[in-house]
Design a protein around this ligand. Sequence first.
Ligand code: G6P
Length: 469
Amino acid sequence: MSVSDFVVVANRLPVDRIVGPDGEEEWRTSPGGLVAALEPMMRRAHGAWVGWPGQADLHLDPFEIGGIDLIPVPLSAQEVTEYYEGFANDTIWPLYHDVIAPPQYHREWWDAYVEVNRRFAEAAAKAVAENGTVWVHDYQLQLVPQMIRELRPDVTIGYFHHIPFPAHGLYAQLPWRDQVLRGLLGADVIGFQRAQDATYFLTAVRRRLRYEVKGAAVTVPFGDGSTRTAMARAFPISIDTTPYLELAARPDVRARAAEIRESLGNPSRILLGVDRLDYTKGIRHRIKAYGELLSEGRLSVEDVTLVQVASPSREHVDAYVHLRDEIELAVGRINGDNDTMGHTAIRYLHQGYPREEMVALYLAADVMLVTALRDGMNLVAKEYIATRADNRGVLVLSEFTGAADELRQAVLVNPHDIEGLKNAIMEAVEMTPKEQSRRMRALRRRVLDNDVSAWSSAFLRALDEVHPH
Ligand code: G6P
């Protein structure tokens, strides 16, 4: 395989492995958030993508799909446990999401993280053409920028952080806090979702490494006394709006939305939650608020149904196992207390769905509930808005999402405040069509004018300014 001028490095390859009934296997592009964000640009640039194929001990040769060269990085079963489930998702993930769950600090996990980051960096350094560009993504790979720089000083390196970056008081817990900052500072541009994340990062750099920081620019010293500049600032990510607009206009998808309403007993209002089953998403808070509205008689199952899609995620990590138990207990209790033969309080679906079905659900939903306790951006909020071409529907949105910085016409909530959340749900359920339309128009303008290609262009422009070729 030839070298590429543009290489993306992310924990996962943008494909799913499908095994047919006779054991034959096939790879299909997967519809995840990060993939949806980068795929259009990758196709245009005929880039390469370095990533894990999603299964332990799977050794694959590079292959091409849809005009993108895919370069698989294998992980052993032990590395999946220590690097992916351990350091990435049981140390960094909870720490960076404001310790909603307690982060676990284990030295063996750190060692695995360093080793796997080096493997990704070596694969990227091999794949990129002279003076090319490498764009590293997310918290699983924070050491990769500096590792690539050491191997390939000729290339331009970008890094985008898709999740929050914590305040210094929390970040300081990390036993390897200085190494991680140095790893990230290997990039020419370090992008964050919110201005707040960039500020927290720059504060950590100033306080821990004592590097000079002026505005968004960090002066990074080399050992020999010379310096280079790294920039850290916000680039709020978005979605590729085109498939959502197209699907929302398709007669079969619209018919499916009507069928969903019908099969729920034609309630006057459908509330919807769509999340990975993750403790950062505030699913418990949402269900608690809704359950109380039912038991207080402010809502009735004859009129209202909550559809909660909770897609399975990180199922071997203890905190996720416990969360699933808690949510399923709460859903069972609320349904047991409130269901009638014809109507259910919560239609709970622990499954993932294809994009068509998700768009049908968005079209069927009168109220979208995004109540995350912490979320880098939350693309579900933007997907819902993109599908609402008739300007109907209400978005209830947590202040603790990156999306809340942009989507000011949503009904903004603090999900920790259960009374406030209940009032926000009632406000959404009772909102007049005129008010819905006033808000949705403004939200749609924001999302349609700032889609993912605007995001990637802004990031790549910044990269070009710092490191012009
Ligand atoms: C978040 C992260 C992504 C990650 C995704 C799914 O959105 O920012 O980097 O890929 O969750 O999580 P998973 O552990 O299944 O890759």
